[in-house]
Design a binder for this molecule. Structure first.
Ligand code: MLT
Ligand code: ZN
Length: 477
């Protein structure tokens, strides 16, 4: 509408002058305006908005971030924080002339403390590098997901990243022992300092985790590490029906020490096999598949898994299955789950990242399927996800014949129905990908007016000039 257009336009010309102002205020700052960099760093993995930043800043130190933010606040320059750009809600998209703040040059490991079992890293350190460092030290960083080879710690914290082992280890939030954050005034906030116990008032760390770049720029994180996991095995199971899926979950969770319980549909299997060139994992085609990973340090644990498998098969819940025999097979079986997202990315999909309590998963899936049949039978929908956490990824694929914009408009119509159902079942419209740019119009489906008003108030305190990731997370006033 006209008002929005006017605001954006005003922001744009501000940012253009602002890029020049930033250059003057921070002459040492690396500020890039090459078309290729604007394109690569102005977007995440979403494809619904064209990147159009005014510039991309590459600060090299906390001090440079503080100077940059102070200058941006003085000149009202909107800033979009950017990590590994693997986000799926458009949280790191700069489509309106903002200045992107990339942490690509802040990749230092600041400290490792074996007694505290923590590692302190700059925001641009890649998730997989934290995992590797932990391994090197005989420890373990358990947050894990398909994008871990490029996603960065700052982005993980800003989105409270989840992934495949939340069932055992929880979300990123559980592993953040301390944060350094630059607030909208350019101040450096030091949160919690690695402490295990700290009962000294509001824990601002937890406000910043999951704040999607709207409250401050995370420049450093102290992450907790833990004992290395026990040896594990993976079963890929062919499931007979939706009801059987939850029966199998209950049985497997009762008998085994699960680290992951993931599901995919036959459509998801079809796409991942095509995309990754994988053979059929089982001889029997099944409507649903489960990938279950569990501790298996001794033969007795494998025997227990096989007995559980037999019992589920006798009940008619399982149609087929396979169990890994070595670490290579563990990795191979994981590809059937972890490769799905990439295999459908070219359509592109309209991603729905929904959650309900685990006990409501069958009702949710059944009712959502019926709703989709009613309102959009023309679209292919691919389901997979972290079913052990009640987190279901519902991907609506764009048919090649439909223009991207028309597909998005149609998907929005669908969202108003699917999100209403999610709300009715007490769920969330974002389990782990965040609200970002794309789900922003629907935040009020799952958060009350009072909550949103408090969020706005918090935003004003942290970011009085309104420069951090404008147009993300909080609905337009
Ligand atoms: C996943 O679980 O694979 C990730 O959340 C990415 C996706 O949903 O596509
Ligand atoms: Zn996921």
């Amino acid at each position: 509408d006209a008002l929005t257009y006017h605001r954006r336009h005003a922001m744009n010309s501000n940012a253009m002058n602002g890029a020049a102002a930033l250059r003057r205020a921070c002459p040492q700052l690396r500020l890039v305006t090459d078309a290729a960099v604007l394109e690569s760093h102005g977007r995440d993995w979403t494809r619904f908005r064209q990147p159009s930043p005014a510039a991309v800043a590459f600060p090299d130190s906390v001090r440079e971030v503080q100077e940059l933010v102070a200058a941006a606040a003085a000149h009202r320059i909107p800033l979009v924080p950017s990590g590994g750009r693997t986000g799926l809600s458009g949280g790191a998209v700069a489509a309106f002339g903002e200045v992107v703040v990339s942490f690509d040059r802040m990749r230092r490991i600041v400290a490792f403390n074996p007694l505290d079992r923590t590692v302190t890293v700059e925001a641009g350190v890649v998730t997989a590098a934290v995992q590797a460092l932990a391994r090197e030290k005989g420890l373990y960083y358990p947050v894990s997901f398909a994008a871990e080879g490029s996603s960065q710690v700052g982005g993980n914290v800003a989105t409270n990243a989840g992934g495949i082992r939340v069932l055992r280890y929880g979300l990123t939030r559980e592993w953040v022992a301390g944060l350094k954050v630059v607030t909208g005034r350019g101040e450096l906030l030091v949160c919690n300092r690695g402490l295990v116990k700290n009962a000294s008032g509001y824990d601002l760390r937890h406000l910043l985790i999951g704040s999607e770049g709207t409250l401050g720029l995370i420049v450093e994180a102290t992450l907790r590490l833990t004992d290395p996991p026990l040896p594990s095995k993976v079963m890929l199971l062919g499931i007979a029906s939706l009801d059987a899926l939850m029966e199998v979950f209950a049985a497997v969770r009762g008998d085994l020490a699960l680290t992951a319980f993931e599901f995919l549909t036959d459509r998801a299997l079809h796409h991942v096999r095509q995309g990754q060139g994988l053979p059929a994992p089982l001889a029997t085609p099944c409507p649903l598949y489960v990938l279950a990973e569990f501790d298996c340090a001794a033969q007795s644990e494998e025997d227990r898994a096989l007995a559980c498998f037999e019992r589920c098969a006798e009940q008619g819940w399982l149609l087929d299955g396979v169990i890994s025999q070595n670490d290579r097979q563990v990795a191979e079986l994981w590809r059937y789950r972890e490769g799905i997202s990439e295999s459908i990315s070219h359509f592109p999909p309209y991603k729905n990242d929904l959650s309900v309590t685990v006990s409501r998963v069958p009702e949710f899936l059944r009712r959502m399927d019926a709703l989709l049949q009613e309102i959009c039978p023309e679209f292919e929908v691919v389901w997979y996800g972290h079913i052990g956490d009640g987190n279901l990824h519902m991907n609506i694929l764009k048919p090649p014949s439909l223009e991207l914009q028309a597909f998005e408009a149609r998907s929005h119509e669908i969202s108003s129905r699917t999100y209403a159902l999610t709300r009715e079942l007490g769920g969330s419209i974002s389990a782990e990908h965040g609200i970002g740019l794309l789900k922003r119009p629907w935040l009020d489906q799952v958060r009350s007016a009072a909550e949103i008003e408090l969020m706005r108030g918090i935003k004003r305190v942290f970011d009085p000039a309104g420069i951090f990731n404008p147009g993300k997370l909080l609905p337009e006033m």
